[in-house]
Ligand binder design. Sequence first.
Ligand code: DGI
Ligand code: FE
Ligand code: FE
Length: 200
Amino acid sequence: MKKERWNKIQIVQQAFTIEGKVHPRFEHTLRVLEKALELNQMHHLNLRIEQIEDAALFHDIAKLQPPHELMHYLKTHYSHLCAELLSYPAIWHAFVGAIVAKEQYGITDSDVCHAILYHTTGRPEMTDLEKLIFISDYVENGRMGIAFEQARKMANQNLDRAIIVILEQTFAYLKKKGEPIYSLSQETYDYYVKRGEADV
Ligand code: DGI
Ligand code: FE
Ligand code: FE
């Protein structure tokens, strides 16, 4: 393994270590990187490995922060979205992660920060890097069950169709839990469904 990648992994492991114990989120993060590298090759995306490493390793960097800290970042960096975001605490870490990666870990590449920002909701017209992280997050090999297997298979075949499958499964999960769909998640879904229809 290249030294730079190893160093970054150490930094992320440190960030996910609480009272001397490494949180399972770290293993998830490594599996997202592994999956992203695999899909990059499989689909000949030719993305820069360093961008994949940074986006995958830091995508959940804010996931373990307590809600009041996440809210502080939302208030200072996304004040225009704050009121709406109140009803969607599960997606706060993506918005905050993009800021933390930049301010605390010196990730200045805006493509990478966007991939972190959109890793939970997606967005219409995602870049290949954004798609790669959005999909790899969901289909990394540690997620077990029929729904994940199905999405994993689709990710090997067609990335745009995998986005649709992932969002359909996420919406079904949210419905079961009585959670609302965020506007951007819905826009992502509508965009990729429409694109899929245009392609046939
Ligand atoms: O952080 P991870 O667990 O690796 O995965 P993630 O960043 O995709 O976050 C998954 C969580 O986000 C899961 O609990 C579902 C939730 N989520 C995703 N899209 C939406 C959402 N929650 C709401 N309320 N609305 C959404 O549109
Ligand atoms: Fe996440
Ligand atoms: Fe994740």
